[in-house]
Write a protein that binds this ligand. Structure first.
Ligand code: NDP
Length: 407
């Protein structure tokens, strides 16, 4: 049975639901807490976590009367304890405390820790059969097969929180797996959608950070500019919904109003629309299998006037092509793709490589792994984390020669 419920087959949720937010102080965490703030009578907060923002975490834990608060950085424990003094909230620090937060008995868990550090906590929630709203990309990109298998075995329900996957999740409910022809993930095209390849090559950090529609963190905004983010989403969709690369299309849609579509065998295409506001997909996950009242702006299509579409350009945005290559290669190649991209983006932010070199470093790292025969199926979270670490080392080793090479 798929861990992503394709129909609203679950019984209606209990009156008061216990929830845990992993990564409560981040951008997705902030949107989630905002939704919880608006529906206090329906949710009770079990645990909240952060990396190092002890003050922000303590403030949220007190506001929501959480039972447990944890920071990943052990050096922040005393600060957290001081900030929680007198509040009768248990607290902890370190990776084990984040995992403990996930393992505590909340029915619904938002997995919004950033990076590979999100994998083990999300697995802890999955293993006890919780409903897990999945924002963290690495769970799928680094360990997709394994993660979805574990969810299925534990009877966990994976609720896709990323806007495109949430759109597919909603549209997929309109038909059966056998009736599905393909899914379509939309992409804004980012700030360089209309730029010539030579200009994209030389783009500055400031230009890459100007996303036309979404307000997000630095890494994901740069990934949107390179369309690596869309590549990561293609990979995520493949693992989440058990789709082959040929069943996933990307369509550039600059207005970011349609987030995803599903084509069925009778040629009906079901789309999910909404303003570009992460609180909409998160509200869907939070309310599922019901719907809650969301605070986001209502969609005014007459005001928007036009929705336009373009085919993606795999030449100007090679990162997207590489995602399909990684999926077709399998055997952990998507883990290598993600790790190399993280190294490349960090190098671009540090001014060590040009924007155009991001995709070249990812391609060189993937080719190195394929040539060396190091790719193998991933059987555990530790396997995935080990490939992630080793691929980062490969990318770091290749970085100087990529930095020197002209496009
Ligand atoms: P942020 O960087 O804004 O927040 C990350 C959260 O995780 C913070 O609470 C941070 O704590 C915590 N954290 C960071 N590192 C660790 C660690 N090592 N151990 C435990 N906790 C840690 O990220 P976003 O909210 O933007 O994204 C979260 C995830 O969701 C990412 O995987 C991202 O790709 C994905 N996503 C994000 C979208 C968006 O619109 N932002 C859209 C779709 C997916 P602290 O505050 O202390 O640093």
């Amino acid at each position: 049975m798929s861990a992503v419920p394709l129909r609203n087959s679950k019984a209606a949720a209990a009156d008061v639901r216990t929830v845990t937010v992993l990564g409560a102080t981040g951008s997705i965490g902030d949107s989630t807490m905002d939704l919880l703030r608006g529906a206090r009578d329906r949710y009770r907060v079990e645990a909240l976590t952060a990396n190092s923002n002890a003050q922000g975490l303590a403030k949220l834990a007190k506001e929501f009367g959480a039972r447990f608060a944890a920071v990943a950085d052990p050096a922040r424990l005393s600060e957290l304890k001081d900030a929680l003094a007198g509040a009768r909230i248990e607290c902890g620090a370190g990776e084990s405390a984040i995992i403990e937060a996930a393992a505590r008995p909340a029915e619904w868990v938002m997995a919004a820790v950033s990076g590979a550090a999100g994998l083990k906590p999300a697995l802890a929630a999955v293993d006890r059969g919780a409903s897990v709203a999945l924002a963290n990309k690495e769970c799928l990109v680094c360990a997709g097969d394994f993660f979805m298998q574990r969810a299925s075995q534990a009877g966990a329900c994976i609720l896709p929180a990323d806007s495109e996957h949430n759109a597919l999740f909603q549209a997929l409910g309109c038909g059966n797996r056998e009736e599905l022809v393909r899914v379509i993930i939309t992409a804004s095209g980012g700030p360089f959608r209309t730029w010539a390849a030579a200009d994209i090559e030389q783009a500055t950090l400031e230009q890459a950070l100007k996303h036309p529609n979404w307000s997000m963190g630095q890494k994901i905004t740069i990934d949107s500019a390179s369309m690596m983010n869309k590549g990561l989403e293609v990979i995520e969709a493949s693992y989440l919904f058990a789709l082959t690369p040929d069943e996933i299309d990307v369509l550039v849609h600059p207005q970011s109003i349609i987030h995803g579509m599903v084509e069925f065998s009778d040629r009906s295409v079901m789309a999910q629309l909404g303003a570009p506001d992460m609180r909409i997909p998160i509200a869907h996950c939070l309310g599922w299998p019901d719907r809650i009242v969301g605070p986001s702006a209502r969609l005014d299509l007459a005001k928007i006037g036009q929705l336009t579409f373009e085919a993606p350009d795999f030449e100007r945005f090679p990162g997207l092509r590489l995602a399909y290559d990684a999926l077709r290669t399998g055997q952990g190649a998507t883990t290598v793709y993600n790790a190399a991209n993280e190294v490349a983006v960090a190098a671009f932010i540090a001014g060590k490589i040009k924007f155009g070199a991001i995709a070249r470093l990812v391609e060189a790292t993937m080719n190195d792994w394929i040539r060396s025969g190091n790719l193998a199926p991933l059987g555990s979270a530790d396997d995935a984390i080990s490939v992630d670490h080793k691929a980062r080392n490969t990318a770091a080793a290749l970085l100087p020669q990529i930095a020197l090479k002209a496009s």
